[in-house]
Design a binder for this molecule. Structure first.
Ligand code: FAD
Ligand code: NAD
Length: 468
């Protein structure tokens, strides 16, 4: 067994791990990524990119259908084969050569195989029965991501259900699809598959998009119904397959060609050697704001696996903080670990932006009104109907959407913003800046949205709040 030493070893080579390695190498240290599947991870091949590619064409078509003068030019429906082909190009046909080239070009080493921690700063990589031992001089970063959860429903495993991987990489579109869950994956895949002409049934025991403001799930639910999606507010009690899948839910029976389970994630930590460092296999990895495991001076966890925010962009934000703090600690430089410092992922607690790419989209950042109240803030909720904004009416005939701003009344700063409507995703970053910057409402009155854009909703929200 050859032993190799690096400054930093990163287990996993998903988007988050790649960013840790990049920051470490840019800081002058050496780094190695360990990957058991495809370099680039879930987001590139089975999550963000293919799902957004599956959604985009249907949304673009409906957008054109909602603009007079453009809609008259539409003479056909969605070309599903072309959509799938376009999706394939975004996943590079599930080939990671491009990402491997980037890794090498960035001066990062890559070892293929399954990585396991074997003790302090030690990692062993197993590939086809061969074991390679690696030693880290400064840090080991676990960036192994998450796996789908399969709920304990009788018969479920026996019917070979789809997980998000099968839904995002399907080569053929089934005639009918049942979806268990009411979160982001369920809503996005229902939108995509309904656009393809598939008969979709969502079984959501606690409504849609439960983590968001209530109106988000309600508006998206109505839009899904208009797309032909059936929504059942209950979880299946039993499933079986004889050709199609039969699902018993709420005392009724449904048939579907395939069933997709979209009921959340669990940490990929069952077989990474956590027991050798007195942590529990199968647990999410708890970290401090520098992404370091408490009581350890060498073990870090970034991305989904630490359960702070299961989003690519937020994991990459953690990666930048983790990579930089590892370099600072290794070189004996000052560590900026005060709130909002360069070496901490403070935004994970206060300002996580997320877009659900449904039709209409849901874009949110920071705290919902419910979360803000629960956190003890004295808040004021300001709502505005985006359809009343001139820019929205030009953008789409009969534009319908809603905006909510949650204001901390003690400081008169924004704690959270939610937009629901066509193309609101592109408005989200202004909200993120307002929340992260804790910009006083009085100053926001000087941030003038261009006329006539949908962003004028900002002015309407401020006017509804009143000038301090
Ligand atoms: C359907 C779907 C759509 C999504 N869409 C979005 C979106 O639009 N925007 C967004 O921000 N987020 C989205 N997400 C979430 C996003 O995919 C994840 O937050 C992100 O992929 C997490 O990145 P990661 O690097 O932490 O983990 P991963 O991408 O899972 O990478 C972990 C890597 O580690 C490897 N690995 C695991 N264990 C080992 C081991 N022991 N040894 C070696 N290698 C190992 C894995 O093979 C994998 O390549 C979506 C998720 C799903 C399921
Ligand atoms: N656009 C995006 O940013 C995007 C897209 C997809 C996924 N993601 C991320 O991926 C993660 C996973 O998404 P997800 O939708 O799988 O999880 P989720 O946590 O968002 O939603 C899970 C849903 O399943 C339901 N559920 C749980 N157990 C159930 C059961 N036994 N029966 C019926 N319903 C059940 C929950 O009530 C909830 O509605 C999310 O945290 C999300 O952040 C992001």
């Amino acid at each position: 067994m050859a032993e190799t030493e690096y400054d930093v070893i990163i287990i996993g080579a998903g988007a988050v791990a790649e960013n840790v390695a990049d920051r470490v190498v840019q800081g002058g240290l050496t780094a190695v990524l360990i990957e058991s599947e495809l370099v680039g991870g879930e987001c590139s091949y089975w999550a963000c990119m293919p799902s957004k590619a599956l959604l985009r064409s249907g949304i673009a078509l409906r957008a054109a259908q909602n603009v007079g003068g453009a809609k008259e030019a539409i003479t056909g429906g969605l070309d599903v084969a072309a959509v799938l082909e376009r999706r394939n190009s975004f996943t590079s046909n599930w080939d990671d050569k491009g990402q491997v080239d980037w890794v090498h070009g960035a001066g990062i080493d890559l070892v293929r195989g399954h990585g396991r921690i074997t003790g302090e700063k030690k990692v062993t990589v197993e590939l086809d029965g061969t074991f390679t031992e690696l030693t880290a001089r400064h840090a080991v970063v676990v960036s192994t991501g998450s796996d789908p959860v399969l709920p304990d429903i009788p018969g479920l495993t026996e019917v070979s259900p789809w997980t998000p991987r099968e839904a995002t990489s399907a080569r053929d579109i089934p005639n009918s699809l049942a979806i268990i869950g009411g979160g982001v994956v369920a809503v996005e895949m229902a939108t995509a598959y309904a656009s393809f002409g598939c008969e979709v049934t969502i079984m959501a025991r606690s409504g849609l998009l439960g983590d968001q403001e209530d109106f988000a799930g309600e508006i998206v639910g109505e839009a899904l119904k208009e797309l032909g999606v059936t929504i059942v507010n209950a979880a299946p009690s039993v499933v079986s397959r004889a050709g199609p899948v039969t699902i018993t839910v709420d005392g009724r029976s449904f048939e579907a060609q395939e069933i997709l389970v979209a009921t959340g994630r669990q940490p990929r930590t069952t077989d990474i050697g956590l027991e050798t460092v007195e942590l529990t296999p199968g647990d999410w990895m708890t970290v401090d704001d520098t992404l370091r495991v408490p009581d350890s001076d060498w073990l870090y966890a970034t991305g989904d696996v630490n359960h702070r925010a299961l989003l690519t962009h937020q994991g990459k934000y953690q990666a930048r903080a983790a990579g930089d703090v590892i370099v600072a600690r290794a070189l004996g430089k000052p560590v900026a670990n005060a709130k909002w410092g360069a070496h901490v992922a403070t935004a994970d607690h206060a300002a996580v932006p997320q877009v659900t790419f449904s039709d209409p989209e849901v874009a949110s950042v920071g705290l919902t009104s419910t979360a803000a109240e629960k956190a003890g803030y004295s808040i004021r909720v300001v709502d505005y109907d985006i359809g009343n904004v001139a820019g929205a009416s030009v953008h789409t005939d009969d534009y319908s959407g809603k905006a909510r701003m949650v204001v901390d009344e003690d400081r008169q700063v924004i704690l959270g913003v939610t937009f629901v409507g066509p193309d609101v995703s592109e408005m989200l970053h202004a909200a993120t800046i307002a929340v992260v910057g804790e910009i006083p409402i009085s100053r926001l009155w000087h941030a003038v949205p261009a006329y006539p854009t949908i962003n004028e909703v900002w002015l309407r929200l401020l006017e509804t709040y009143g000038r301090p």
